[in-house]
Design a protein. Sequence first.
Lengths: 139, 140
Amino acid sequence: MLDPASPEPSDRAGALGATLGSPAPGVRVLTVEGEVDTLTAPHLADGLTRLLDDERSVPVVDLAEVSFLASSGLAVLIHAAHRATGQGRTLHVVATSRSVTRPLEITGSDRLFEMHADPAEVLGLGGGAGSGPRPPEAD
Amino acid sequence: MSDMDRTDPEGASVVEVRTAATAALIPTIRAVASDLAARADFDLDAISDLRMAVDEACATLVDVAAPGSSLRCAFSVYGERIGVEAEVDVAGPDTSVSTDTFGWRVLQTLADEVELVSSKEDGRSTVGIKLDKRAAALPR
């Protein structure tokens, strides 16, 4: 039985890992771990802001270790996708679990991102294969 | 019509959870939703949808709850569907939930039925969200 008199703010609920790294040249990855809900979505928003502040690399957000994604988290991701578009870039999203892919798909927001089911796919985005750093596109 | 009727004519099993109306306790409520759906043999998409819908409904209500009030969430488990009634006390009859939001549109997408309810009895005002989810998720 839950006791309404002792609202224990669970540590897990407030904890969202969001780490910025560069696993390959020209690729910046924000690796997110935990549950994204109304409490933790601001933390994700901060991470995405830092990710997109660097306009020279390909932005990737890795949600493979995210076990829950609420509409507040979706809203933050959609906002970041629009910011990336405004910069002439595409936000890449790595999503492997249903807890992330289902919310993105059922709301149709997956169309705003370049989706990847395999984290290894994003390593080649920065260069190789002749893509290189992309200039902002005209029009 | 009573909001939380334990003896259901259709023979549902009813599970009620009551917490302080704080966002920190919503993970517990959505875990209950997920567990009930899994035990009722919901398909995996429907389990995910219900968990997210319950989270959304509770987060919406916690936002408008009167300070120090509780969040009450009742799950009625039928064979092929789960009904959810979540409710909080609000400061006055003018307090309501905006349905012109991204979150509300997501909620409508996730659940098969959603309804906003409010009541005022003996000077006590409440706002609630009722939703219904079937065991097999509709394809996109």
